[in-house]
Write a protein that binds this ligand. Structure first.
Ligand code: NAG
Ligand code: NAG
Ligand code: NAG
Ligand code: NAG
Ligand code: NAG
Length: 515
């Protein structure tokens, strides 16, 4: 009784109800109202959460008529399907074999795609015969045949590390991104460092050089450049797929603003792969000299023992300037250095990879002499610290290049156009070589484990692209090509003139003070 009265007083205060209505309330309506309230809450919650879902997953703006018709885009995923307890993996046959994207790309590919035409120019008149392909076999590590959208590979010799595996993995992913879009083709791939097809031996339009794909070339060779394996990961030294590293470096480089970074040039790597790198080490800070450079040796054996904790690329965006120097040939490190939002100090290179030819000195990087590295570095850092805004902009343009032009989507588009243009030139119908095996993600990834497996899964294309590849720009006309080269040469010469003036002044004051 006492308790009922307390309740009544409480409710009277609350609802303004008298004692009689309270009795009625307490027995029936109270529970009905409670249930109704709960229903209301659930209903409101559902509506709100479905709005939020729609907003997040379809990116629709809050407009009423769109609201009723919009659905999240249908995406079918095709995960890795390993057959368990069996060494022999079966290639699934239900991955799409044709590509019907929801939209067609309306963008022109980045400028470096124009070099595809230059790389294939030696065969533009003659086309590519089976004999030219066969002749490239001499140094090739493997041969790739694509027939009706399936990939077959014939291995001749073992590649260094897992270069061949991750390159082939990349080609498989390209086919998953654009199923049925690539024509039949047959190519030889040399996964070593240095180009081997000298252009001086093949002059004139019908000289018929062998067609050999590799990761880099130089101005004296006709090797066809193709993206290197590291875009899908380099498990031996724990460099993850490019797409992820790029994201991490982007985040990592936000940690320290350009102005707050160490105002010196930084390099960390293995110097013992090339004379020019050993030469670079002379520019390290010492008791006698400060060339504004801080150089470190990467000891891969030690770092692998420590699980690569000290070689995180995203933790290496701490200096205002980062040095790029090639190794035995082009260096995989180039894109990671450029991505840091630091000004790249680019030591003059002999070799080029598929994207570096369209980078412009003083726009994307600062050129450094290869025959007087220390004086060149000293001046570059001095200039940068005195022109902070300009130096910062060069660093940013280099990073933007890696974020935009060198995004994984563009790398796939580059491979697509290169292989497509190459296939157009073939004068024979490719056939499956007798000793070739069919490759698919299952035969590659399921057979491996640990870091290798993880990198493959992380870089796997899980569904076809929802648009066509970007549009391949037309070939350079000779005048444009000459202008581009001239612009580059002039920018480099300009820097060398500044450099000479700087050193003349210093030497003069030195001489004066000595006299
Ligand atoms: C493994 O797969 C192969 C090829 O499909 C098949 O012939 C074989 O019987 C399978 N073995 C087992 C143990 O399932
Ligand atoms: C493609 O780009 C052109 C010019 O930028 C534009 O006029 C056109 O509407 C675009 N088409 C599509 C399908 O987006
Ligand atoms: C360069 O100098 C720094 C600072 O003295 C030192 O820590 C580093 O080990 C040197 N690097 C090499 C390669 O000798
Ligand atoms: C780099 O990209 C950002 C974002 O797109 C843009 O705001 C900035 O102006 C670009 N910087 C340079 C130097 O191109
Ligand atoms: C000035 O001195 C430096 C260092 O001693 C030397 O390497 C360089 O050749 C000199 N440069 C000029 C332009 O006199």
């Amino acid at each position: 009784m006492e308790r009922e009265r307390e309740n009544a007083i409480y409710l009277k205060l609350f609802w303004g109800a008298n004692r009689k209505t309270w009795n009625w309330w307490s027995r029936k309506t109270q529970s009905i109202v409670l249930i109704l309230l709960i229903f209301c809450f659930i209903a409101i919650f559902c509506v709100i959460s479905s709005w939020i879902n729609l907003l997040i997953f379809s990116g629709v703006s809050f407009s009423k008529d769109k609201f009723e018709t919009v659905e999240a885009p249908k995406v079918e995923e095709f995960p890795l399907r390993c057959t368990k307890g069996n060494e022999t993996q079966i290639c699934p046959r239900d991955y799409p074999t044709s590509h019907n994207p929801s939209r067609s790309s309306n963008t022109t590919c980045p400028a470096y795609f124009r070099w595809i035409h230059e790389d294939l120019r030696p065969w533009r008149e003659s086309g590519i015969t089976k004999e030219m392909v066969e002749r490239a076999r001499k140094t090739a590590h493997f041969r790739v045949v694509i027939l009706n959208g399936k990939v077959y590979v014939e291995t001749f010799i073992q590649s260094i590390y897992s270069r061949d595996k991750f390159t082939l993995w990349g080609i498989l992913q390209l086919l998953r991104r654009y199923p049925g879009r690539l024509p039949d083709l047959d190519l030889m791939f040399d996964s070593d460092d240095r180009p081997v097809i000298p252009s001086k031996d093949f002059q004139g339009p019908n000289s018929g050089p062998p067609t050999l794909f590799r990761y880099c070339a130089d101005e004296h060779s006709l090797d066809i450049v193709f993206p290197d394996w590291s875009f899908w990961g380099w498990p031996e030294i724990n460099i993850r797929p490019w797409k992820e590293v790029l994201n991490d470096i982007k985040e990592g480089s936000k940690r320290r603003k350009w102005k707050d970074r160490v105002p010196y040039a930084y390099w960390k790597g293995n110097p013992f792969v090339a004379v020019t790198r050993v030469d670079l080490l002379k520019c390290n800070v010492s008791k006698e000299n400060d060339w504004n450079s801080r150089l470190y040796i990467q000891n891969w054996i030690e770092e692998s023992e420590q699980e690569f904790k000290k070689s995180n690329l995203e933790d290496q965006c701490t200096h205002r300037y980062k040095i790029y120097i090639e190794g035995w040939a082009w260096s995989v490190s180039e894109k990671y250095i450029l991505a840091c939002n630091s000004m790249t100090l680019y030591v003059k290179s002999k070799f080029y990879d598929f994207f570096s030819r369209s980078m412009v000195p003083l726009q994307h990087y600062w050129p450094i002499r290869d025959n007087s590295k220390c004086t060149s570095l000293k001046f570059a850092v001095e200039w940068g610290n005195n022109h902070a805004e300009k130096a910062q902009a060069i660093g940013e343009a280099g990073s933007n290049f890696t974020q935009e032009d060198l995004s994984m989507e563009h790398v796939y588009d580059y491979m697509f156009h290169l292989l497509n243009e190459y296939a157009k030139l073939l004068r024979f119908k490719p056939t499956i070589p007798p000793t070739a095996v069919e490759l698919c993600p299952e035969t590659m990834a399921c057979a491996t484990n640990g870091r290798w497996r993880r990198f493959m899964e992380d870089s796997m294309v899980k569904f076809p692209s929802d648009s066509t590849p970007c549009n391949l720009p037309s070939p350079f006309d000779p005048i444009t090509l000459r202008d581009i080269q001239e612009k580059k040469t002039n920018a480099i010469r300009q820097v060398e003139i500044w450099e000479n003036e700087y050193w003349q002044n210093i030497n003069k004051t030195k001489d004066n003070s000595m006299a």
